[in-house]
Design a protein around this ligand. Sequence first.
Ligand code: SAJ
Length: 432
Amino acid sequence: MDRKIVVVGMGYVGIPVACAFAKKGFNVIGINRSKPKVDMINQGESPIKGKEPHLQELLAEQVSKKKLSATQNFSVCKDAYAILISVQTPFDTQKMEPNYSSLESALKDIGKNLSKGTLVVIESTIAPTTMDKIVKPILEEESGLTAGKDFYLANCPERVMPGRLLQNIKEYDRVVGGINEESANMAVELYSNIVEGELFPTDSLTAEIVKTAENAYRDVQIAFANEIAQICEKLGMNAYEVKDLVNKCPFRDMHIPGAGVGGHCLPKDSWLLAYGVKNKLSPKLIALARNINDFMPHHMVELTESALSEAQLKMQDAVISILGVAYLADSDDTRNSPAQTIINELKNKGAKIRAHDPFVKDFEDVEMSDNLDEALASSDCLVLVTAHSAYQNLKLDHIKKLMRNPIIVDGRNMFDKDECIKMGFVYFGIGK
Ligand code: SAJ
């Protein structure tokens, strides 16, 4: 009898990992709170849009083979060989604490349906000490079982990326933290079925620190690039040329300046890391990096104001076209997108906003168009926020004919500044 795996939280992490295990012959049942999403999956349709190679085909194939299904009912956790938890763990930056409501709710429902011998694995990103202080106590309390003895408990932080969800699961090395050695070993054996990368067993706390630190590290790298971008703007130089030349020096890896840092990982993982050491230490560098990256959408608004005033246009008279609302190029994921901040601020300053995105059909309360010409027609300012491939090599003469005023604010080094100016555009850009 093929081993049963339950995946709780069928989102960007849960869906690909469920498909990956189903493909390897496990009987996989996904649990999600949203009935429409459950129905969609059971009809063989992936709720994840955007460019995700092979995901739609693999999901449809596994559903038709009855190796994968979805439900809202936690009773399927009984007699599961393993239960993977991939629910969202957002960080509340007002309260400066994690919002574990989804995680705690899932843990309670799992605990009520937990059988002896089952392996529970947390894939969601959690603050250091969460396994010990929250996950283990809730599961033990709800089930009456002892973790590490009656059931096994591990955390294997996800390393997925939109656009490469299945590929990362297959290829990336993974850290596998166990609350005891037996739990870690069971999780290593399980993941060796779908991971071709190396699996590194360790303790749960180390795994929690590694996951949040690896993203805090990237956030600091991006913040450095964004600081250099502001320096180059002040000195009238091109930060992207500086980046390329800096990276000619061995052991340098300067990242790409841009309109901001969005997504479901970087904006929160630094705060989760800091939260894990709360009352003991207040990390300075990772907090400052967060503040620098969160400044970039505001800086895009500053550049837009400068561009409009150079063209002697008032913000409240301007129609502004936002190109790209997803947080990442060629993705439909809009979580924590810099576009959200930019649009809110421009609207509050009186501008009329239109937005275009090849993958996002509706976004908050802004007029979305799926036709680029329509989005630019009679517009006074093009604000490029996401580096979608669809925006590569846009024809400047065509854009100029469409727009009422030829103004470009470039958040992702998508346009050539000299070419834009030669064509009669007012051009402002991050890092230029
Ligand atoms: N960004 C920059 N400059 C850069 C890189 C990214 O401004 O040089 C911006 C992006 O535009 C985006 C945000 O940062 O708004 C995040 O981009 P990302 O490439 O880090 O993509 P994510 O958020 O999907 O990050 C994931 C992370 N993976 C996991 O947490 C499992 C991260 O660890 C990966 O390093 C990253 O993908 C990746 O390498 O692409």
